[in-house]
Design a binder for this molecule. Structure first.
Ligand SMILES: Nc1nc2c(c(=O)[nH]1)N[C@H]1C(S)=C(S)[C@@H](COP(=O)(O)OP(=O)(O)OC[C@H]3O[C@@H](n4cnc5c(=O)[nH]c(N)nc54)[C@H](O)[C@@H]3O)O[C@H]1N2
Ligand SMILES: Nc1nc2c(c(=O)[nH]1)N[C@H]1C(S)=C(S)[C@@H](COP(=O)(O)OP(=O)(O)OC[C@H]3O[C@@H](n4cnc5c(=O)[nH]c(N)nc54)[C@H](O)[C@@H]3O)O[C@H]1N2
Ligand SMILES: [Mo]
Length: 764
């Protein structure tokens, strides 16, 4: 166990809260002002504009902000959003962390600071080493760092004593090299951020339509008749999606949102690139807002399907697409029998939505022929996250709303290349055909035993089964559940290594020894022996395209992720016949390996050089379902019936408008009217009254799970339009309350959106 007394959780102290009424419009002028402020604070306008002009352009770099696809014709004014501008301001900042700074401040001292403070220190500039029992990081050469890591990995009793984590910003090429290295080393311990994110989508979609990815293209959204946005806050997390929703509206489409909160972004959109919109006040997007209780989604969809069935029986062939169902689906009779045996009133009650609203919703589903359902974390991060996704698929299959223009599944991915990383084999449960291809191409035998996912990796660290942790990007300590437990588990590791751009808590809460390997970022020029390189990424809709940065690296002593992985591989693998140097010198070589081992990448190097890239094969897009019997599967999903004790609340942990996961850009949640404070909970005014709580009252939170209690101190209550019995708080401050054993069935995703808590007033 590490002897350093670092603070695992962020300080429980307040900033200076002010509140205003939640906004009903997204983007517009305030978004432009906010982008400018962040860019000006971090790097000055000249450099900022140079960067923004190349963001999401065909000859530029892919925004590291989210995985939303680029339109075929990017806007002349640039293809970025406020939060993309903030992401780039954060990454391309002029601030630097030098060895000198880290020699002056101990890791214990730095860990007492907020995540906001730590992140704002700037870019990492050189490799750093934290020796056993030492309080400060010191400089280390790249070669010595690689040797230390290689020696430690070689000293393990089994390759399964190491875990190789990936965060979803990693490029296809780096991800491919990383999984190849882990497997040549001998383990499938490849946990990734996807385990905490869309794993439930992957599991639910694979089981029903044969592929874990969505079926729609960007053009489908434009021509859809009905788009349902469930458990997602696109105004903050995927702002460029609002432009697609607006196009759908202008083409006569209808938009329904399903969310415990009426998020500003889906209400009204003021396109900052349209002077007319700025003058006229924008486009109203949402036609129907369904304010479900937290985890009321299965109940809502079931109630709607019961009404759809009634309408179909009254007027046969008017609602369901029987040709499609007969030709392409399985288990229809089971679903119908289940719907007939289900109680409509019970489902309505469990959803939290009124009978009248469910009827209005089902009427849209009954009459519209081209429906898309979009979703994100409000759907996946539940005990029944996989069932949520399967229930979405049921609705679409009944309507034949998949594999035709304007219709289909749309899980909206988070990290900009999280989908590509999985395609590249970053997965703890790899499939046999892929492993066989690796064996053939690289002349070794890849391990077949499945590895640890995120939750399993944390438990394995706690049990001292994992001794070395390597993180390719991300912030494992703060992004994972049960912060205190996870932090203590990490401290039991002998060595933790992070490949990173910015300092985060994961560099302070470490194994006994720790190494930071700083890398160049998306927006920076990457020059190797064969000249300037580009990388490739896959967006949320399965389009693979290139990305090349256009500014100088933050320091001359940075390496690309590829070079870092190859450096570790060469220092570790004695018998690898793989030429790692070739892969660093020219990323085309990596792409050739990818082409040879992963389906859909034929002529990769040629096709990816065509502006806009190319689409990967996707059976669900063409109704060629790749399930065992080639049919899409209806499934029976029971109502969740999760009980909480009387008087306790159900808490969801969500993002503010001013953060990127664990990176805190600023202290405001502008659309929700919560300014200069993150330690808040949003509560229904009637619940406040009933419990005698005042606005801004200070409280502590206790979570309850299987008789275990966890505590987080010092939050302020804010009165908010949220269903009774439900509260919302911000991640990562409340991750300490998310129990490690509370994870989704089948996907093992931490249940971050349903945490049972009680509230204790603090008298001061
Ligand atoms: N600016 C910015 N962009 C980002 C990110 C970021 O942090 N900042 N993160 C990126 C990543 S990795 C991801 S995965 C995505 C996340 O994108 P989102 O999934 O939009 O992120 P969350 O803030 O977790 O929001 C979840 C939404 O679901 C709602 N919700 C919670 N519980 C339920 C429920 O039970 N039912 C329903 N119907 N709704 C519910 C919440 O009110 C909230 O609106 O965004 C990506 N883009
Ligand atoms: N309670 C709760 N917990 C959650 C969630 C939630 O909704 N609620 N959401 C979950 C989700 S959806 C996700 S995806 C995870 C996110 O989990 P992670 O992906 O692990 O976390 P991030 O905060 O995105 O990682 C930020 C760090 O990545 C590094 N970084 C940034 N850019 C680069 C780069 O180009 N290269 C490299 N090598 N490093 C880089 C920086 O050092 C930065 O500090 O969190 C999950 N945790
Ligand atoms: Mo995510």
């Amino acid at each position: 166990m590490s002897t350093r007394k670092v603070s695992i959780i962020p300080p429980e102290k307040f900033s200076d809260l002010t509140t205003s009424a939640p906004k009903s419009k997204a983007v517009g002028m305030p978004a432009i002002t906010s982008s400018i402020k962040h860019i000006a604070d971090e790097m000055g306008m000249a450099k900022g504009l140079k960067l923004l002009n190349k963001m999401n352009q065909k000859d530029g770099f892919d925004c590291p902000g989210c995985a939303w696809p680029d339109p075929k014709k990017p806007s002349a004014l640039g293809e970025y959003c406020e939060n993309g501008a903030k992401a780039i301001a954060e990454e391309a900042t002029d601030k630097r962390i030098t060895a000198d700074l880290l020699s002056k401040h101990s890791v214990e001292e730095l860990s007492e600071q907020t995540d906001y403070y730590i992140g704002k220190l700037g870019r990492l500039t050189e490799p750093m080493y934290l020796a056993k029992n030492s309080s400060h990081y010191q400089s280390i050469s790249w070669d010595d760092a690689f040797t230390k890591i290689g020696d430690k990995l070689k000293s393990l009793n089994s390759p399964n004593e190491a875990a190789f984590y990936t965060s979803g910003r990693t490029s296809n090429e780096a991800a491919y090299m990383y999984q190849l290295f882990a497997r040549q080393f001998g383990t499938n311990n490849l946990p990734d951020c996807s385990n905490m994110c869309h794993e439930s989508s992957g599991a639910g979609l694979s089981a029903t339509v044969g592929i874990g990815k969505g079926s729609v293209t960007l053009e489908d959204l434009h021509e859809s008749e009905l788009i349902i946005v469930m458990g997602q806050n696109p105004g903050t997390n995927h702002p460029r999606m609002l432009a697609a929703l607006e196009k759908c509206k202008k083409n006569g489409g209808t938009i329904v949102t399903v969310n415990p909160l009426n998020e500003a972004g889906t209400n009204t959109f003021v396109d900052p690139q349209s002077p007319l919109a700025m003058l006229t006040g924008g486009t109203k997007l949402e036609d129907l807002f369904l304010q479900v209780k937290i985890n009321g989604d299965v109940a809502l969809l079931k109630a709607a399907m019961i009404l759809m069935l009634e309408a179909e029986e009254k007027n046969p062939n008017s609602v369901f697409d029987h040709d499609f169902i007969q030709q392409h689906c399985d288990n229809y009779d089971e679903l119908i029998a289940h719907l007939k045996a289900s109680d409509y009133n019970e489902a309505v009650k469990d959803s939290g939505v009124s009978d009248q609203e469910v009827r209005a919703f089902s009427q849209l589903l009954i009459t519209k022929k081209k429906t898309i359902i979009c979703w994100a974390m409000g759907i996946t991060q539940h005990k029944n996250g996989v069932e949520n996704v399967q229930e979405i698929v049921n609705v679409l299959l009944l309507k034949g709303s998949i594999g035709k223009p304007g219709a289909g599944t749309c899980p909206v991915r988070g990290h900009s290349n999280v989908q590509g990383d999985r395609t590249m084999g970053i997965w703890e449960k790899p499939k046999e055909p892929f492993l066989k291809k690796l064996d053939e191409r690289f002349k070794f035998t890849a391990p077949r035993e499945h590895g640890y996912d995120v939750v399993e990796a944390i438990k394995a660290m706690d049990e001292e089964k994992i001794k070395v942790f390597i993180g390719l990007g991300g912030n494992f300590i703060s992004a994972t559940p049960d912060s205190q437990f996870t932090g203590e588990a990490m401290q039991k590791c002998e060595l933790s290594v992070q490949v990173s751009t910015k300092l985060n808590r994961g560099h302070l809460v470490t194994g006994q020894e720790a190494i930071i390997l700083p890398c160049i970022s998306r927006s920076e020029i990457d020059i190797q022996k064969n000249g300037k390189q580009f990388i490739t990424v896959e967006n949320s809709m399965g389009v693979v395209h290139k990305s090349a940065g256009n500014i100088d690296p933050a320091s001359a002593n940075l390496k690309s992720e590829h070079a870092i992985i190859a450096g570790i591989a060469k220092a570790t693998l004695n018998s690898s016949s793989t030429n790692w140097d070739d892969m660093i010198n020219n990323y085309d070589v990596v792409r050739d390996h990818i082409e040879a081992t992963i389906a859909g990448f034929d002529n990769y190097n040629t096709k990816v050089r065509v502006p806009g890239g190319f689409s990967l094969p996707n059976g669900s897009r063409t109704r060629a379902f790749t399930t065992p019997n080639s049919k899409a599967q209806f499934t029976v999903n029971e109502l969740p019936k999760e009980k909480v004790k009387d008087g306790n609340f159900v808490m969801m942990t969500i993002r503010t408008h001013d953060q990127y996961n664990t990176t805190i850009y600023g202290m405001d949640d502008r659309y929700r009217g919560i300014l200069n404070e993150r330690r808040v909970i949003l509560m229904n005014p009637d619940d406040m009254k009933e419990n005698g709580f005042q606005q801004k009252q200070i409280i502590n939170l206790m979570s309850h799970f299987n008789g275990e209690e966890r505590k987080a101190n010092n939050f302020k209550i804010i009165s908010y339009n949220i269903p009774r019995g439900c509260i919302a708080s911000y991640f990562p401050e409340t991750n300490v309350l998310v129990p490690i054993n509370s994870s989704a069935k089948k996907s093992n995703t931490p249940v971050s959106k349903f945490v049972e808590v009680s509230i204790e007033s603090v008298t001061n």
